[in-house]
Design a protein around this ligand. Sequence first.
Ligand code: NAG
Length: 414
Amino acid sequence: MRFSFTLSAGLLAFASFVSASNVIDLDPDNFEKFVGGDRPALVEFYAPWCGHCKSLAPTFEQLGDAFPTDKVVIAKTDADGVGRDLGNKYGVKGFPTLKWFPAGSLEPVDYSSGRDLESLANFVTTQSGVKSKIKPPPPPVATQLDAANFDDIALDDNKNVLVAFTAPWCGHCKNLKPTYEKVAKAFLSEPDCVVAQMDADEAQNKPVAAKYDVRSFPTIKFFPKGSKEPIAYSTGRSEQQFIDFLNEHCGTHRSIGGLLSETAGKVLTLDTLASNFFTASLPERPDVLAKAREYIGTLTGGDKKTNASAEYYVKAMERVLEKGEGWLAKEQARIAGLLASPSLAPTKLDELKIKANILTSFAATKAEEAYEAAEGLYNDAVDAAKQVPQQAKDGIDQFADAVQDKAKKVKEEL
Ligand SMILES: *[C@@H]1O[C@H](CO)[C@@H](O)[C@H](O)[C@H]1NC(C)=O
């Protein structure tokens, strides 16, 4: 008896699990209880063996959960099984077929939009006036272009602009979207390197797409600063590949996630001077600093960012002269601490990362010295190690001789 009790408890649990679904299972007996009454209904006619029906099932469950059950009926019937008569009655020829039954009506209209949750929910809302509980997707990060703003943004002489020409129905575009959004986010702090997207299938945008010879979706083109002629983006579509392309063509130093990479802010000549500064004797250091200042004066073509970086090299040299080498490690530790704080504004984050990168140019010199010292020690150790076998051999020989001597003496004494 205990067994049957457990079993029925299990069945009960199973039954309540099944009834947790907000998608109603229809058959000819209950059909008119749910359809044609005071609530409108969206009915899916499916077949258990149909692949597209299986793909739709989880979305359809979400749709059932997205609307208040007392206002809208979301239902399905096995039109190749228990609901076959219903399928025949409503002229179902393929699976899945979705039909909308307005409140008080058994005259359905066909559903012919997309099978994604958003399209389905939009349809139900439009037909019924009932809002879904689905949170609207966050606004896109990529700059949205259309016929009205395309020239102002993509052809801006002061900006590099990557444009993805997409169509709402295109599967590859949907696959691209999450990656593209991440890339757009990674470049948010680069106002001169814009990641943009345009629905090229929208009627008003079609002429723009045609002008740039867009023939398939997605087509991705790069509009360089100061040029009206785009270049085709034909590298791969991974996040890293997009980022590498943009870094190369925009002259930026972003990495995945948007942080600046280790090369950001580095000025080659000043790296060498930083290295010279550190290897120089104390009295020679002011001369190196003077050379660095002189070099900054030659940066007449330098942009604001390069100038700021260059000035930080000089500032670091000044601080070391003023406060001693200890300043370097302290400053690095301070910056590392700040960089670890989660609430840093992106511009501040960039500024600190550039400082940290520049300070490693000094530390790299130190590391090089440490490496050379370590290498010296290693070579000494190797030489010493080479001596050991000979010494050991000598020792053993001496010991053997001594033993033989002793043995000889003992023999003689006997
Ligand atoms: C960068 O510095 C150079 C040399 O001091 C200067 O001629 C140039 O105008 C600066 N650039 C900007 C954008 O401030």
